[in-house]
Design a protein around this ligand. Structure first.
Ligand code: UGA
Length: 453
């Protein structure tokens, strides 16, 4: 047995959360990142980004000596028995296909390290990769660079992750299933044993372990994200139909269908649409993958198209209230792609701000956690907005407030708050958090999915 049981290559959001959760269960974990500053922070128990509950848990596991971070992948691999690859798989901007550069490099580095190791070593791909990548790219790098054989000296599995930002620690501790795509029986068995120890009684009826071949597991992840994103785009399309008929409220419709046990109510909240690091990247990647094989993934492409329009629908609703954007000041409440995170990747607020500016408005933005990342993201987009530090400041002297992310502190706001602080009290409820009747009685108000009678 090595000094550490598992090593994790990559300390992004999924990598670090996974490392911390393993370590919390007493499994000695070594993670590696090339970013020296991040490694230093992690070793001091400080996460380099915000995620609910992570700071407390990281501090605890570092203090207990169950987690260390190094800058050498070789060191991490050689000091452990199992290596999880959790590196980013972004998309290429031109054709939106997946970019596997980090994945290939991880395979190369681990393969080189394994050339120096005698004992059996299991490699698990946890990043989202298109079918065929784990076997044909990672597996190939591992064997070519180590000079060893898959299934004999090296095990290979693909285990998709399903954790969502903002609740990733909970998701990691209480998954509803574990999917293992295995190169061979021994590889799958080795990972299954690790999880049986990690989860104990949680494994069973409430959380089965499902084993399959590697490529099926790779597709499970894309199918999962595509289904969830399509479910949201579906309810957003229904919300647009609802707006055609005064008095129809998409919230009621969503409730009506969500009670059908075959549908269920989760991911049926209509709003300004989905963003984040996963849905946009994964849906585009699987569409590009299918196209490369001669198949048009029409339904998934439609889910993307509906979503692209949905953020800008908030602008249309604001226009109904304001007439023109020219010379007006707009307040954005919530900038991150959802509450509980500071992640700005593909956040709907970015498209909304850029459109408002292009229509001649000034934009102010406030987010309880994402100020720094938002400054960077809007800088990249070339969208000029003013960042402030409180919800009072953001609405002060503005002409229209648009709710882009439903942070808790926005939920409690009453019509008086907007009336007392804004130049012209207008609210576009892009996340459907306010009581439409109460608000519309007191100020100019539009809500996605409900045209008031
Ligand atoms: C998503 C999946 O939920 C995870 O299972 C998956 O592991 C992860 O992607 C990934 O591939 O790594 P995440 O992007 O963190 O997780 O966040 P979600 O909670 O799924 O929300 C995604 C977007 O959908 C957000 O912008 C959210 O505001 C939006 N959303 C969600 C809605 O507009 N309506 C809903 O009903 C639910």
């Amino acid at each position: 047995m090595s000094e550490y049981e598992i090593s994790i290559v990559g300390t992004g959001f999924v990598g670090l959360v996974t490392a911390v959760c393993f370590a919390d269960r007493g499994i000695k974990t070594i993670c590696s990142t090339r970013n020296e500053k991040n490694a230093e922070l992690i070793n001091q128990g400080i996460p380099p980004f915000f995620e609910n509950g992570l700071a407390e848990l990281l501090k605890k596991v570092v203090d207990e000596g169950n987690l260390v971070c190094v800058t050498s992948r070789e060191e991490a691999v050689l000091k452990s028995d199992v290596t999880l690859i959790i590196v980013g798989t972004p998309f290429n901007h031109i054709d939106k296909s997946i970019n596997l550069d980090y994945m290939k490099q991880a395979g190369t580095d681990i393969g080189k390290a394994l050339a120096k190791k005698d004992d059996y070593h299991l490699v698990a791909v946890r990043s989202t990769v298109v079918p065929g990548t784990s076997r044909n790219m990672v597996g190939k790098e591992l064997t070519e660079l180590s000079g060893k054989e898959l299934g004999k000296d090296i095990g290979l599995v693909m285990q998709p992750e399903f954790l969502a930002e903002g609740r990733s620690i909970e998701d990691t501790f209480w998954p509803d299933r574990i999917v293992i795509g295995e190169y061979d029986e021994r590889s799958g068995e080795t990972l299954q044993k690790l999880y049986e120890r990690f989860y104990g009684d949680h494994i069973g009826e409430n959380c089965p372990i499902i084993r399959m071949n590697i490529e099926s597991a790779e597709l499970v992840k894309y199918a999962n994200n595509s289904f969830l994103a399509t479910k949201i785009s579906f309810i957003n399309e229904i919300s647009r139909i609802a707006e055609l008929v005064p008095g129809v409220d998409v919230g009621k419709v969503s409730n009506g269908i969500g009670l059908d046990y075959r549908i269920n109510h989760r991911f049926l909240n209509s709003g300004v649409g989905w963003g984040g690091s996963c849905f946009p990247k994964d849906l585009n990647a699987i569409v590009a993958f299918s196209r490369s094989k001669g198949l048009e993934a029409k339904l998934i492409q439609s889910a993307i198209d509906v979503n692209d329009d949905q953020a800008l629908h908030a602008i249309e609703l604001a226009e109904e209230l304001l007439g023109s954007f020219n010379g007006k000041t707009i307040a954005l409440l919530g900038l991150a792609f959802k509450p509980g995170t500071d992640d700005m990747r593909y956040a709907p607020s970015r498209r909304i701000a850029s459109k408002a500016v292009s229509l001649g408005a000034k934009v102010k933005g406030y987010d309880p956690k994402a100020k720094e990342s938002a400054e960077e993201a809007f800088g990249q987009d070339g969208t000029e907005i003013v960042f402030v530090d409180s919800v009072e400041e953001v609405v002060k002297d503005t002409d229209c407030a648009i709710v882009c992310a439903e942070w808790d502190e926005f939920l409690e706001l009453k019509p008086e708050f907007f009336i007392n602080n804004m130049r012209t009290p207008c609210v576009v409820d892009g996340r459907r958090i306010y009581d439409a009747l109460e608000f519309s009685k007191q100020l100019k108000y539009r809500i996605i999915g409900h045209k008031l009678e």
